[in-house]
Design a protein around this ligand. Sequence first.
Ligand code: S3P
Length: 186
Amino acid sequence: MLDISNIQPNLYIIGFMGTGKSVIGKRVASSIRFEFIDTDSVIEAEENISIREMFNFLGESHFRQMERKFIETGHPPNNCVVSCGGGLAVQPGMLDLLKQKGIVISLFASTQVILSRVLGKDKRPLLNVDNPEEKILALLKEREKFYLEAGTAVSTDNRSIPEIVDHIRRIYLRESQSWIKKKEYV
Ligand code: S3P
């Protein structure tokens, strides 16, 4: 059983849009009694504008700066599960930064599952195009190496939410012990 009376490293959940980061992250957070933070929601609240409007009026680069600011200085250093927007970890240097700050787990899903989960939803301006499937494939090609570099990858295809949550809890428990030990020696 995870000792939640101690200060524990954050858990960062990364991965492509539609891989289940927020749904799973929320459940993992409540199962280990951590605070749950969704980077998109924090940024929207801070700017008082939706992600879609932010992309339209302020530009994607503004949004990326907000993501970086959030990771660098905008969230508590311990006992949080952070669900990261799909493009956050692929920005230069971000994956290393996340790994310094805590445990990083990457969620994966097949293109078809991603497509079925994101279709008809308005919050993803990058997929608001004539052919979202083509766009998903192009973005995955660019980004897959970053998601894989996270170390631990978990598939969310054809598995129940409790099963995935339990899997992630176990990975977190194992990796947080070695993460803490490593920190003690540096
Ligand atoms: C993005 C993913 C979105 C959101 C924004 C950009 C991306 O978050 O941050 O639309 O670049 O992949 P989700 O991964 O939660 O959909």
